[in-house]
Design a protein around this ligand. Structure first.
Ligand code: CP
Ligand code: NVA
Length: 319
């Protein structure tokens, strides 16, 4: 499939990006297609002010480098403007309800991106606001990251349907969940290799299995890391201790002892497999991968694609 010239099956009909489970494969492919087109325009120096005069509020209750910078710069490249709202500084952090925040922001701006803990807060923001809401990471999902991941996978490998992506690490968290959804929606075989206590939520596994069945692809969840990685076209990992889980770090060090995407594990994948990581890859003593600087690593292409993928999301939702 030539994604750059993808022909939509139906008009894009989404109002929000809360989780990719709400989106059809066609809508995901339309987004990736627009992302590739916008990337080409940006590289060619061609202006593309699809959101001229529009504003995006960006609420953060957790830290961020990539998400914050890529949304802010992305809005500016689309001719609009973004406001960084730390929850510490706005009334939300002092107890103003999410619903009121949504109603107030809806009177000023054209879209809201939020990074926070509970998925239910993002859903509530969408329910009470009258403008598009984009999930910039919750404990449960990270859909913008997965759009960038699929874009990167496509750029390096071409056709995605029928390929295999293996994720190694904490699969009971945003990246494991969102990769299950995003891959299964597009017919990418997805395998999660995780210690026993870190399996994804069963509801999300069921969604992924149903998505995969419709696409003729597979879903595997295993504690045998080598089985997960076997023959994979992409091997992915994430931090063992996600934001908000810092108190569990000592326990997680124990639970993830011996888990590391190193050269030996990569050797079980396809010889031409790419290595992906949503980053940060190095954080204190936590070392999740030994191949981040190796020849198979495309982690900085992946980080860059956050910008292009999110510009496509904003253009589709906020135009
Ligand atoms: N991958 C990602 O979301 O990075 P940040 O936490 O830096 O935004
Ligand atoms: N699972 C990680 C992803 C960071 C981009 C976290 O939630 O901290």
């Amino acid at each position: 499939m030539d994604l750059m010239n993808y022909k939509p099956e139906k008009p894009f009909a989404q109002r929000h990006l809360l989780t990719l489970q709400d989106w059809s494969a066609d809508e995901i492919l339309q987004t990736l297609s627009l992302a590739l087109q916008l990337k080409a325009k940006q590289k060619a120096g061609e202006p593309h002010p699809l959101l001229a005069g529009k504003s995006l509020a960006m609420i953060f209750t957790k830290s961020s480098t990539r998400t914050r910078v890529s949304f802010e710069v992305g809005m500016q490249q689309l001719g609009g403007h973004a406001l960084f709202l730390s929850s510490k500084d706005i009334q939300l952090g002092r107890g103003e309800p999410i619903g009121d925040t949504a109603k107030v922001l809806s009177r000023y701006v054209d879209g809201i991106m939020i990074r926070t803990f509970e998925q239910s807060d993002v859903v509530e923001l969408a329910r009470y606001g009258s403008i598009p809401v984009i999930n910039g990471l919750t404990d449960r999902f990270h859909p913008c990251q997965v759009l960038a991941d699929l874009m990167t996978f496509y750029e390096h490998k071409g056709e995605l349907k029928g390929r295999k992506l293996a994720f190694i690490g904490d699969a009971a968290n945003n990246m494991g969940h969102s990769l299950l959804i995003g891959c299964s929606k597009l017919g990418v075989n997805v395998a999660l290799g995780c210690p026993k206590g870190y399996r994804p939520e069963s509801e999300i596994v069921e969604w992924a299995k149903a998505n995969a069945q419709a696409m003729g692809s597979d879903v595997l969840i295993t504690d045998k890391l080598e089985d997960a990685v076997a023959g994979a076209d992409a091997v992915y990992t994430d931090v063992w201790t996600s934001m908000g889980m810092e108190e569990e770090q000592a326990q997680r060090f124990k639970d993830f002892a011996g888990v590391c995407v190193d050269e030996a594990l990569m050797a079980k994948a396809d010889p031409k497999a790419i290595f992906l990581h949503c980053l940060p890859a190095h954080r204190g003593e936590e070392v999740t991968s030994g191949v981040i600087d190796g020849p198979q690593s495309v982690v900085f292409d992946q980080a860059e694609n956050r910008l292009h993928a999110q510009k496509a999301v904003m253009a589709l939702l906020m135009k």
